[in-house]
Design a binder for this molecule. Structure first.
Ligand code: 8YV
Length: 316
């Protein structure tokens, strides 16, 4: 019999996380989904869960695991975890903030440039041999434009720092103003959208921000405005966004996240004024390696009885 703690994975985890996990734990890989009957037999032994930012860890799953002590998420977002249910049971929840700030901020700027300068279409213009027949239509300048950031946390601030180098004016909305920052605060996304050329969404997902960006906000952004979402699909009303893009209510959108990943509505895929990415905000070798190391370090610390490097705020 192994004396290693038993751990349930609730996502397809990268090999560079699976390898250390295999060394330290007896793993049950997504057994709750793969083989529910076998899962029921071993559920009482599970002491840890490891998943990704998109993983669902419901109150029901937590309820099936009487020996559960910790949920380690490899991601900064943990909106799929029922933290209240975990806390009620004394189960710790950890995540991996900070190490992905650069990558997600880089990607936000890339999406802004790609959608405004129509870089995917320009690439196609060359590849498909259309250049000799004539130039591309002119695009939209990004430098010097007005940027509105929805959510001014660590990644929001990293986006703002980059946008400053582009000479953009920066404003934001958040739960509360951050007087230490040199950016204009707006109380609502609608008010912010009305004074923005680019509206970038980088707020946590979950019930508090569900469909925060709705038809009203998009109308305020207007026909010259671009929406970029590198947060969670749930923050944007996807149906309202598709209508706004189809009708020219806004100029375009750059999206790394969607309501029902990995499924992206056909209506969105059919549009020419969007750039669509498969949730790659943190997807570099360097950053995913750092996230995996942190997710593992949280587990190690827990089972060593030492403080976790990065518990979620609710568990601090
Ligand atoms: C990843 C993310 O998609 O950190 C998050 O919240 O959404 C992403 O970085 C994923 O969690 C990687 O495991």
């Amino acid at each position: 019999m192994s004396s290693k703690p038993e751990l349930l994975t609730v996502a397809r985890l990268a090999p560079f996380l699976m390898q250390p996990l295999q060394g330290a734990f007896t793993l049950h890989e997504r057994l709750h989904e793969e083989d529910p009957a076998a899962f029921t037999r071993i559920a009482g032994n599970i002491r840890a869960i490891c998943g990704s930012g998109e993983s669902k860890v419901s109150a029901e799953l937590i309820g099936q695991l009487p020996a559960l002590e910790i949920i380690s998420i490899m991601g900064v977002g943990y909106d799929g975890v029922d933290v209240a249910a975990a806390k009620a049971r004394g189960v710790m929840v950890s995540h991996t903030p900070d190490v992905l700030n650069d990558d997600v901020a880089d990607l936000a700027l890339a999406l802004m440039l790609n959608v405004a300068r129509r870089i995917p279409q320009a690439d196609q213009h060359v590849r498909q041999g259309r250049w000799p027949a004539g130039p591309m239509p002119l695009a939209r300048k990004m430098s010097g434009a007005r940027l509105g950031i929805v959510g001014m946390g660590r990644i929001g601030q990293a986006i703002a720092a980059r946008a400053r180098a582009f000479g953009m004016s920066i404003a934001y909305t958040a739960r509360s103003a951050k007087p230490a920052l040199p950016y204009a605060f707006h109380a609502t996304p609608r008010g912010l959208a009305a004074v923005s050329d680019f509206l970038v969404v980088i707020t946590p997902g979950g019930a508090a921000t569900r469909k925060l960006i709705d038809a009203d906000v998009l109308r305020a952004l207007g026909p010259e405005g671009y929406l970029v979402n590198v947060a969670r699909g749930s923050v944007v009303d996807e149906g309202a966004l598709i209508t706004a893009l189809q009708q020219g209510t806004i100029a375009g959108a750059g999206l790394d996240v969607f309501e029902n990943e990995p499924n992206v509505p056909e209506a969105l895929r059919a549009l020419d004024n969007v750039v669509l990415l498969p949730h790659i905000g943190s997807a570099t070798t360097q950053t995913r390696g750092a996230m995996a190391a942190r997710a593992f370090a949280n587990l190690q610390a827990h089972f060593a009885g030492t403080p976790l490097p990065s518990p979620v705020p609710e568990c601090r």
